[in-house]
Design a protein around this ligand. Structure first.
Ligand SMILES: [Zn+2]
Length: 73
C-alpha cells in the first residue's frame, strides 16, 4: 500500500468515526428534547384556575421556569 492509499484509508476511518459520533450526539439530543417535552406535558397550566397541573404551584411553576432558564428559586 502506498502513502496515498494509506492516507485515504486513514481519512475514511476518521470520517466514519466522526459520522458515528455525530449520530450518537443527534440521538442524545433527540432523547433530551423528548424528555423535556415529557416534563412540559406533565407540568402544564390548569385551564380554569391558575397553577400547574402537577405541582400546584402558581403558573409558571418552578419546573417550567427552570426549563425556560428563568430564575426559579
Ligand atoms: Zn409544575
Amino acid at each position: 500500500m502506498n502513502t496515498t492509499e494509506e492516507e485515504n484509508q486513514r481519512l475514511r476511518s476518521n470520517l466514519n468515526l466522526v459520522r458515528r459520533q455525530r449520530d450518537a450526539y443527534i440521538a442524545e439530543r433527540d432523547e433530551a428534547h423528548a424528555a423535556v417535552d415529557r416534563v412540559r406535558m406533565l407540568h402544564s397550566k390548569r385551564p380554569v384556575s391558575p397553577g400547574c397541573t402537577t405541582c400546584n404551584e402558581p403558573w409558571p411553576c418552578s419546573t417550567i421556569r427552570a426549563l425556560d432558564q428563568e430564575a426559579f428559586l
